[in-house]
Design a protein around this ligand. Structure first.
Ligand SMILES: N[C@@H](CCC(=O)N[C@@H](CSC=O)C(=O)NCC(=O)O)C(=O)O
Length: 276
């Protein structure tokens, strides 16, 4: 493990690490923000999953989350969005391959060898983070777009593992939209039954834990109707009485300006659960 960035930020430290991932079979970069409270004892951790085309840099440089993490004493962990390296498979286009891991364990060639982002986020990354005495095992998860899909599906599939979950502009029904159909077909094959295990709108129907979900969605989001379709998830939640607060925010698009505008409220939402 190597620390490759170390910058003072709101009384704490914004670091970036490179570490070996055995699950992914490559080196990975991860942004970790340590709030000032981490110098005095273990702090809870919010895992942030970024969207298509992102690395760890997008969130740590654009969201402005560190100010709120410092207020609430929360460690922020922002991993890269796919395996990386010259021997890792890739594809034309921004929505498949590197930068587009979709937080699944691929079963199809040429992806299966490295594209195991689900196991990386659920198991390997927390084990690495929590080996640091500054981090406790109280976890929350959030993300944006493809990362919102990751946060929702991972929380729904792992009852008891996360104290809270939220998402910005998530892909809530990947089996029903072009981004998801392309990625799930490539990574999991043509059998749509396999896709359901990574589709929040399907998973919520049988969720055993009623973890309240906070979603913010911009009404001026350029991907809203074609790729995101939050109403599909809202209807599924209503059908099974799963607690969901879906906030449609007038004027906001899909960008990090939107995330920066509401990240403080999301971190307060997570802090209430993590510090309860
Ligand atoms: N038009 C873009 C499409 C990629 C894009 O918008 N990526 C979003 C996430 S979309 C869903 O996962 C993003 O977070 N971009 C990084 C940023 O800093 O804004 C393109 O063609 O690249």
């Amino acid at each position: 493990m190597e620390r490759i960035e170390h910058r003072a930020c709101f009384g704490g430290w914004q670091d970036v690490y490179r570490h070996r991932s055995e699950v992914l079979g490559c080196d990975m970069t991860v942004g970790v923000y340590f709030p000032p409270q981490a110098e005095k004892g273990p702090c809870p951790v919010l895992y942030w999953l970024s969207g298509l085309t992102c690395t760890e840099q997008n969130f740590i440089t654009k969201a402005g989350a560190q100010r709120y993490a410092a207020e609430h004493g929360i460690i922020l962990v922002a991993p890269d969005t796919s395996p990386r390296g010259n021997d890792v498979a890739d594809a034309e286009g921004y929505d498949l391959g590197k930068g587009a891991g979709f937080y699944v364990n691929a079963t199809q060639e040429p992806w299966a060898k490295h594209y195991r982002m689900y196991d990386y986020i659920v198991d390997e990354l927390p084990a690495w983070v929590e080996a640091d005495p500054a981090a406790s095992d109280a976890r929350a998860i959030s993300g944006h777009s493809m990362g919102g899909h990751g946060a929702l599906t991972i929380a729904l599939k792992n009852p008891g593992r996360y104290r809270s979950v939220s998402a910005f502009s998530p892909i809530v029904a990947p089996s029903q939209v072009p981004w998801g159909e392309k990625a799930l077909a490539a990574y999991l094959g043509p059998d749509r039954a396999a896709w359901a295990q990574y589709d929040a709108t399907e998973l919520v129907k049988s969720a055993t834990e009623k973890l309240p979900i906070l979603i913010d969605q911009g009404q001026a989001d350029e991907f809203l109707d074609a790729q995101l379709r939050p109403q599909l998830f809202q209807a599924a939640c209503e059908a099974v009485d799963h607690p969901l607060l879906l906030r449609m925010q007038p004027g906001y698009d899909h960008s990090y300006y939107f995330i920066a505008s509401f990240i403080g409220e999301h971190i307060a939402h997570h802090a209430a659960a993590l510090r309860a």
